[in-house]
Write a protein that binds this ligand. Structure first.
Ligand code: SAH
Length: 349
């Protein structure tokens, strides 16, 4: 397996890179199209690529890494049909992916890292820290194999599973290019949301790419004292800096930002915090998505009371903020926001 890691990750190659790679092996240009199409179908071995010459199949299997993740566990919500997959990766690690059915189409929520090092105090994904980044090809596999296994055509993607996407920036951007490829799944950027806890140093880089995706920022508190307490990523960065970067992002891309806000009883749900939040998001014409805090065994926070949620919404609305309360999908199979977690196959979950 150590050798596997050193091999070329062929599924992570963009069409132009694949063409170059195969040209160097003396292959005609159309080969790249054939191979790319097999890879995008979720083909798990070169042997299955029946329209390739046998010698090429042999060369590729000697030099390239190709793996199809296997379903270690599949749970289906009795409430709403949400499906949660646990995928076993090539090295025995495992990540979760969720498929949600909405009226406007099926959405897949994908992980970007095995674990997470951001340490948010209310989230299950960070328990146990970061093990490794996912490769672009592994992130792509989450989409390809969820679609293949569930039989549900995927039209929207949210990078809101395990991990911090901007902490695995290069592989995540490569994934976005791959999934957006006209020769491949061809999912438009407007159908993709990327969520971040606010790695401000990366927001300028992302803005410079001017992608038409939706940027979601996990805010969860409008003041530094609260935010730094529950989100270590805020320490040394700060809410002012985050909003400066968000404004620059909005100016550059023209895309409205969506702020995620998990309502935690007695922590971030006061009337003053609602007023401050409104003042901060108003100049950005941003959207606020309130999420009643989801239960995580190891964490000791509670969701806000319905009265406090109502008051919070009212204050935001009174200030002209565009606000929605997120529906909880798949909570009976722990598939809701912040409930996904890394698992290791050795411990057998
Ligand atoms: N690391 C990225 C991507 C994860 S997205 C980010 O932080 O944005 C998962 C979303 O669920 C984030 O908005 C996260 O803050 C939120 N979340 C985490 N734990 C939660 C919980 N217990 N209840 C509700 N939302 C939670």
């Amino acid at each position: 397996m150590a050798d596997e890691i050193l091999k070329t990750d062929i599924k992570g190659m963009l069409p132009r890179e694949l063409e170059e790679y195969l040209r160097a092996l003396g292959q005609p240009a159309y080969r790249a199209k054939q191979v790319f199409s097999w890879l995008q179908k979720g083909c798990g071995s070169f042997e299955e690529m029946s329209n390739l010459p046998a010698a090429l199949r042999r060369t590729l299997s000697e030099n390239c890494h190709l793996y199809a993740p296997t379903v270690a566990r599949k749970q289906i919500s009795a409430q709403d049909g949400t499906i949660k997959y646990l995928w076993e990766l090539y090295d025995g690690q495992a990540v979760e992916t969720v498929v949600m059915r909405y009226r406007h189409g099926n959405t897949v929520c994908i992980s970007t890292q095995v674990g997470c090092r951001q340490g948010c105090a209310f989230c299950a994904s960070t328990i146990g820290g970061l093990v490794r980044n996912l490769r672009a090809s592994e992130i792509l596999d989450e989409v390809l194999f969820s679609e293949k296994d569930s039989g549900l055509p995927i039209s929207n993607i949210v990078l809101m599973g395990i991990g911090e996407p901007l902490d695995n920036y290069d592989e995540v951007l490569r994934f976005l290019e791959l999934i957006n490829c006209p020769e491949g799944r061809n999912i438009g950027m407007r159908h993709i949301s990327l969520s971040t806890c606010g790695i401000t140093e990366r927001l300028d880089d992302l803005a410079a790419r001017d992608l038409q995706l939706t940027l979601s920022v996990s805010l969860h508190a409008p003041d530094d004292a609260t935010r730094s307490r529950i989100m270590p990523a805020n320490r040394g960065r700060g809410v002012d800096e985050l909003f400066r970067k968000c404004s620059a992002y909005y100016e550059k891309t023209g895309r409205r930002i969506s702020f995620e806000y998990a309502m935690i009883d007695g922590v971030n749900d006061s009337a003053e915090q609602a007023e401050l939040l409104a003042r901060r998001v108003k100049p950005l014409s941003a959207h606020v998505n309130l999420i009643p805090l989801n239960h995580v065994d190891e964490r000791h926070f509670s969701p806000s009371t319905p009265e406090n949620m109502r008051r919070f919404v009212e204050i935001l609305e009174k200030n002209g903020v565009n606000v929605t309360v997120r529906r909880r999908l798949g909570s009976d199979v722990d598939a809701s926001c912040g409930q996904l977690r890394r698992k290791s196959m050795e411990g057998k979950i």
